[in-house]
Design a protein. Structure first.
Length: 153
């Protein structure tokens, strides 16, 4: 990737470009069309990034003013650690920037934010069919072996 790539916190001026990436992420995971996220969820997610009392944070990959990717993460308490744990909740890069180091740069930036916060662990999930991303993940992290269960209420 070009030297111009920078990873930085999202800013309010990024909304339009962030929204395109966010919609791409949600479409990738089947949350579009009739089952798209409601606008109030999108607006609340955006607002949380700028609320000092919210644990949700956002980074963007910026290349000359064009956003190429996003990472949303949060810190939470754990019953097995005193330090906070970092959960990388969402990671997405534009299709054109895949395979060019953008995803890795975003993950590395989350790792750094976790170190600064005193966290000793960053974790995330991906869908078992996301084989392209898993090629990167297998190089920069270890699979935990845990299986995720959920029940919608």
């Amino acid at each position: 990737m070009s030297d111009r790539l920078s990873i930085r916190p999202v800013s309010r001026q990024d909304y339009d470009q962030w929204l395109v990436l966010w919609q791409g992420y949600n479409a990738f995971y089947g949350r579009s069309g009739l089952i798209a996220l409601p606008d109030e969820v999108i607006q609340m997610t955006w607002a949380r990034f700028f609320d000092a009392y919210e644990p949700v944070q956002a980074l963007v990959a910026d290349c000359g003013g064009k956003l190429l990717g996003l990472a949303h993460y949060l810190f939470h308490r754990s019953t097995i650690s005193i330090a906070p744990v970092c959960y990388l909740q969402d990671l997405f890069t534009s299709e054109a920037s895949r395979g060019k180091g953008v995803g890795r740069a975003l993950i590395d930036a989350v790792y750094e934010q976790a170190r600064v916060a005193g966290s000793q662990r960053v974790y995330w999930q991906t869908h078992e069919t996301n084989l392209t991303a898993m090629q990167l993940y297998d190089k920069i992290a270890e699979r935990s072996g845990f299986v995720v269960y959920r029940k919608l209420l």
